[in-house]
Design a protein. Structure first.
Length: 272
């Protein structure tokens, strides 16, 4: 999965100035400055930028430091490409950096001013944090926990696949949803199964977790058995499609970067 791409990750904040060989992540909405080489997404270094731009440290992975550009920048030989296409690039370190770095970009984009007094926030020189210079309010990156759920019918050797309504991602997925206040992840799994498909579930089994920067999530994956009726009552606002799919017909391949694709392959390959 995505988080398995780097051999090592160092998330400790590094206050040292950027060097010319360090990598820079430049976003413009849901586009990112890069170029593709042999199917891989390649980020510019500081030496390749066409000027000096404000920036902050994100993390270090496999010995390479990555920074977030706080302004729209340009670099010769690079162009802003749709973020959604990066997930289909060849799996490598810079793909991981882009998807993870987008989470930090969203944090900065949505926290320009202090929510308590309205003053403009400033980045801490010591940690991954924004600070209000007037009231000393500290703001840290938020992570939204969500569940991914594979609902299995053992009698018919099938799993529920879904397709989102009105989203850029058009391929098959699994039931998913955000954890609400006061809920455990298992409670969310039961609620989302009922809300999205009208199905009751039992025997909930943990599969794995994944950070997913494209939606600022921490994803928690479960498999569960259907309980009672197999008749699907689809939430038409959330889903364009929800259906039972036989194990051999699940459109999955090994080596996917997302938790959803990993779970779909686990079922197709009889690991679940």
């Amino acid at each position: 999965m995505l988080q398995d791409i780097p051999k090592s990750i160092d998330i400790e904040f590094d206050p040292n100035p950027a060097e010319q060989s360090d990598k820079i992540l430049c976003f413009d909405g849901r586009s990112v400055l890069l170029r593709y080489e042999d199917g891989k997404a390649v980020l510019p270094t500081f030496s390749q930028l066409d000027g000096r731009y404000r920036h902050v440290f994100i993390f270090k992975a496999d010995g390479i430091r990555f920074f977030l550009c706080l302004e729209k920048a340009n670099a010769q030989g690079f162009a802003y490409e749709p973020l959604g296409e990066v997930r289909y690039a060849a799996a490598d370190l810079e793909q991981y950096a882009i998807i993870t770095g987008f989470h930090y970009y969203c944090f900065h984009s949505s926290n320009r001013f202090c929510s308590k007094c309205g003053s403009e926030l400033q980045h801490s020189p010591f940690e991954r944090c924004l600070i209000c210079p007037d009231c000393d309010f500290h703001v840290y990156p938020k992570i939204a926990p969500a569940i991914i759920l594979g609902i299995i019918d053992e009698e018919n050797d099938s799993i529920v696949l879904t397709r989102y309504a009105d989203r850029e991602y058009k391929k098959y997925a699994l039931v998913a949803g955000f954890i609400e206040m006061g809920e455990s992840a298992e409670m969310t799994a039961k609620r989302e199964a009922m809300e999205e498909t009208g199905l009751e579930i039992e025997d909930i089994e943990f599969f794995g977790t994944q950070p997913w920067g494209l939606a600022e999530n921490l994803l928690i994956g479960y498999f569960a058995k259907v309980k009672g009726s197999r008749d699907i009552r689809r939430d038409e606002q959330e889903l364009a499609e929800a259906l039972w799919v036989k194990r051999e017909d699940v459109p999955a391949q090994p080596g996917g970067i997302s938790l959803t694709s990993e779970m779909m392959w686990a079922f197709k390959s009889s690991q679940r």
